[in-house]
Design a protein around this ligand. Structure first.
Ligand code: HPA
Ligand code: ZN
Length: 343
């Protein structure tokens, strides 16, 4: 008999909330440090993993930015992207929309072109090898200022054909979406989709701002929107996709336990929620580990997992016909898993 977790893991899915720098596994961190002649402050892979104990977002961010320092060359970014896509494909991910943080690299003197060319070539190699497709989303670091964000958008201009959208990440509280309203308007004029982290640690007001001032097409996290029934109703009415990250929520103490995770409440409220891994190397697992953790919490049914996988494709920045093809594969997979031989 197929367990609920195995059922969820087997479903074709998209991943819509994944920071490529957060997929840097300690093993690759060590290998790149060695290749680039960098001394790490950790003696072993085990020591790195032992340091991944967080009580809030900022604890994680401090370690995450430090880890990214081993990424120096085009080949490094290629290897990072290829490794993620290979791992995601093994979790039945058919399509991934991937964040990258250019400022984390350009502020260290790494050229924007090195970052994007490396990521792009790694993702292309993975598409040829594993069939997984992807898009890149440029994330603005919200703890830096508006001028720095505009400079990043300017640096991205030669590469816009490789960038699907703009996002907003890093330290949320104290850096509300309104800080970047003009940057997002300029990004919209360039034809970029818009997404933002909001309501992870920040209050519901930040989600309102993301909707009204950034004109987002998708909401990253959004957990705290549930504190505001009017906001929740609006998100449901507008079919706004929420990219929810259960293991991240657990590791960053956004939720007390997986049993207390709001996914059940999100689905009951009619929200278009999806399941994602956020920073899998830091938070204890890839997308199927997140599906499995929710399955173990006992709050969801098979039908809920089909809804979650369906939502992941519906929320993707893909042409309608491509989404339809993914949904057809999902339906066929569900029929096969249910032993429906007539399908
Ligand atoms: N929140 C904010 N910034 C981030 C995250 C996150 O979950 N992951 C990487 N950067
Ligand atoms: Zn995130």
């Amino acid at each position: 008999m197929t367990t609920l977790a195995d059922f969820a893991a087997a479903l074709p899915k998209a991943e819509l909330h994944l920071h490529i720098e957060g997929s840097l596994e300690p093993e690759l961190m060590f290998a790149l440090a060695q290749r680039n002649g960098i001394a790490l402050s950790y003696a072993s892979v085990e020591e790195i993993r032992a340091a991944y104990n967080f009580t809030r977002l900022q604890d994680f961010l401090d370690i995450y930015y430090q880890g990214a320092d081993v990424l120096r060359t085009r080949q490094d970014f290629h290897d990072l992207a290829f490794a993620y896509a290979e791992r995601a494909a093994a979790d039945s991910v058919r399509h991934a929309e991937i964040f990258f943080d250019p400022q984390t690299h350009t502020d260290r003197g790494i050229d924007f072109g090195v970052v994007i060319e490396g990521l792009h070539s790694g993702l292309e190699a993975a598409r040829e090898r594993f069939g997984i497709t992807s898009r890149l989303i440029l994330c603005i670091l919200r703890h830096l200022d508006e001028a720095a964000a505009f400079a990043t958008l300017e640096a991205a201009k030669p590469w816009l054909n490789r960038i699907a959208g703009i996002g907003l990440d890093s330290s949320e509280v104290g850096h509300p979406p309104e800080k970047f309203a003009r940057v997002f308007a300029a990004a919209a004029d360039l034809g970029l989709k818009r997404v933002a982290h909001a309501g992870e640690e920040g209050p519901p007001d930040y989600v309102w701002q993301a909707l009204d001032l950034l004109a987002i097409d998708r909401l990253d996290h959004g957990n705290r929107a549930l504190e505001d029934p009017v906001l929740t109703a609006r998100l449901a009415r507008e079919a706004m996709t929420l990219t929810v990250c259960p293991l991240s929520n657990l590791k960053l103490c956004v939720v007390e336990s997986m049993d207390a995770h709001p996914m059940r409440r999100m689905l009951d409220a009619g929200l278009r929620a999806t399941v994602n891994s956020d920073d899998p190397a830091y938070f204890g697992g890839y997308v199927n580990d997140n599906y499995r953790a929710l399955a173990a919490s006992g709050q969801l049914t098979q039908a809920d997992f089909v809804t979650l996988a369906r939502n992941s494709f519906l929320g993707a920045f893909l042409p309608d016909e491509t989404i339809a093809a993914h949904l057809a594969e999902l339906d066929a997979t569900v029929a096969r898993l249910n032993g429906d031989v007539s399908a």
